[in-house]
Design a protein around this ligand. Sequence first.
Ligand code: AMP
Ligand code: MG
Length: 408
Amino acid sequence: MIEIEAALQLIADTARQLAAESLPLSDVAGHVLAADITSDVDSPPFDKAMMDGFGVRSEDFAAGIRQFPVVAQITAGTSFDETVQPGEAVQIMTGAPVPSGIDAVVMVEQTSQAISGGDAVVTMEAARCLPGQNILKRATAMSVGETILPTGRVIRSEDIGVLAEAGAATCPVIRKPTLAVLATGDELVDVSSRPAANQIRNSNGPMLASLARELCSNVADLGIGVDDREQLAALVQRGLSYDVLVLSGGVSAGTRDMVPAVLQELGVEQVFHKVKIKPGKPIWFGTRTGPGTVNSWVFGLPGNPVSSMVCFHVFVAPLLLRLAGCDPQQRQLSAQLARDHSQRPGRTTYWPSRLEWTDDQWLVEPLDWKGSADLKTLAAANCFVVFDGARDTFRTGDAVPVFCMDNG
Ligand code: AMP
Ligand code: MG
């Protein structure tokens, strides 16, 4: 049995970044960029009006002129290609190009308009009119050829706007892994069935598939495998065509626990079996090597659903992130314990808990959890307190590490 840190290191040692692919802009959020993205336009592409109003020469205003004939109306998407002369104004809308001769825009609310002798005239009521006012100069935000997002950056939804502006209709990104989930156990039936005596529904398959979807490009739920070597081997073989195969059940010491043997028969080499973690001790991890490199990563997670979930968060998610080119971020923070807690010392324990920001600090309450088969309590949890296996008593107010559930 190995420590959690040692297991994480062994998993990381097998990981490599998957190949790059080109994806349409609509699909790239959450991916890592495989090349710098440069802009093919200046932003803004011209000196741009930032207000609806009237463009004038600020030196006219400084010289005391307040009434101007309006020589053009410029709306967004159009332009006025002549030079505006001293003493003249143009009406201009937000987003329209500022014509030559104009160096300030006075907002419409600080003007009044009239018709004089059939011509439009604007009167400035503004107190000030300074050079450059309400104009964004060409290329202020970015220039043609400038790198807007560098290689290695995780693309956020917030980045999609600037990528669109820069003309990145497709982006080179690191491929996210594909993943198959296979739940094993003679006692399992599908969620759509009513379990007969001695049976339970397959909770892990849908749960693991859903967790994996946040980090993978394609997730296949292979359903339920019975505890039979031959039938299991056929399903595992299918699962090995994905980058990552996650099994649940069949990795403990029971007479029907045949997952490790089936995996090894199919050429998956064991990297470790059993980790000092609670819940999740029986976890199995191995890899299958194709021509020169690992091409399948396989986890055998313990069947108890909370064990499966904890193992997914702690061990599987960091591998999925590494394959996709991300650096797994530290997901722990420190919080104050909201009540006393005691445990049998031994393994590091991930305890379903509720974290709240209260009175300017993180306060965490361990829930009344009934053990690794109790999924219902987990629905009320938003984190796990990570209780040190060396201690048996924890007091209200103690600072404890908290593992957050989301992958952010
Ligand atoms: P195992 O790891 O196969 O020994 O299973 C441990 C416990 O988890 C047993 O009580 C199983 O019935 C239960 N279990 C196994 N697989 C699942 C599953 N997919 N969904 C819910 N419970 C499961
Ligand atoms: Mg089983």
